[in-house]
Design a protein around this ligand. Structure first.
Ligand code: ADP
Length: 277
């Protein structure tokens, strides 16, 4: 059966919000990115899921209530509600802007269609996503709080959500073939060190099974101890997908036209993560 191409995008929190200003979205960048998405969809036929990070929106309540740790005290329930509210407020902005450029986008709230077990997605109700894709509409999931069968609650990153969806579409019999995952962040790709802290850092154009051990060491060093987010989390998730044959690209979402060019198939735009040697 000839499968329809499906592309998964992540609009990073670092691109769509001002990370050090709570509840501040970068509307100009959001408007440009959704325009690029729409233009690419006019030029080429593919189905699309647009995930996005939370950036400075859910960060404050998630940190205050330590939501990622689970239900730890009486205040945790208030935390679940506040994180869900903050993350979905940013989601409304992304969905609204996609609709404004002509994309029929619909929110997917993981907090209400999914349960996790120790931070790992256990079950997700996927029928709405599949149906939206059949209609050539655009599902928009995002990093969200999720109810957890073991620890009460957890945070699901957009990387975890897209990895789950990528694997699922690759494994189950369905009409779609995930051709790639595009991660838009605020730097030009994966570097030998954090490019914001080290001007000598060099871009790594390709991560393959041959160099990934070395790359993981670089990225581990540059990301410090924060293993739940940042570039290390991204590279690890993308390597999982590379192993099952799904290629991904880490690109600079702040640089105009880069997302559009990636959607139209250009490869040399940042870092490619692939299992092709
Ligand atoms: P997003 O919010 O877009 O998902 P993150 O803030 O989680 O992105 O991760 C991107 C950030 O990771 C960059 O802003 C960069 O400063 C940092 N970073 C740390 N190490 C590296 C590295 N080796 N290569 C690229 N970026 C890195």
């Amino acid at each position: 059966m000839l499968k329809t191409e499906l592309i998964l995008i992540k609009l990073g929190g670092s691109v769509i919000t001002f990370k050090n200003k709570p509840f501040h979205e970068d509307l100009k960048t959001i408007k440009r990115l959704v325009r690029e998405i729409h233009e690419a969809r006019q030029e080429k036929d593919f189905r699309l899921i647009v995930g996005h990070g939370g950036g400075s929106y859910p960060h404050v309540p998630a940190k205050k209530y330590k939501t990622a740790l689970g239900i730890i005290d009486e205040k945790s329930y208030e935390g679940i509600a506040k994180v869900q509210d903050a993350a979905s407020r940013l989601n409304r902005i992304i969905v609204r802007e996609l609709i404004n450029v002509g994309e029929n986008a619909v929110s997917i709230h993981l907090s209400s269609c999914c349960v996790a077990e120790n931070g790992v997605i256990k079950k997700m109700f996927l029928e709405p996503i599949k149906k939206l894709l059949d209609f050539n509409m655009v599902p928009v999931p995002y990093g969200d709080v999720c109810l957890d069968l073991k620890k009460g609650c957890c945070i699901l990153s957009t990387e975890v959500i897209l990895t789950y969806l990528g694997k699922l579409f690759a494994k189950t019999e369905n009409k779609y073939k995930v051709s790639k995952i595009i991660m838009c962040t605020d730097v030009g790709g994966v570097f030998t060190d954090d490019p914001k802290k080290n001007s000598q850092a060099k871009i790594i154009p390709e991560i393959t099974p041959t160099n990934f051990e070395k790359v993981l060491k670089y990225v581990k060093g540059s990301s410090g101890i924060d293993v739940t987010g940042g570039m290390l989390h991204k590279v690890k998730s993308l390597l999982e997908l590379a192993k099952i044959g799904i290629e991904s690209q880490v690109i600079d979402g702040k640089k105009p036209q880069t997302l559009k060019r990636a959607l139209l198939g250009e490869r040399n735009l940042g870092t490619i993560i692939t299992n092709k040697r």
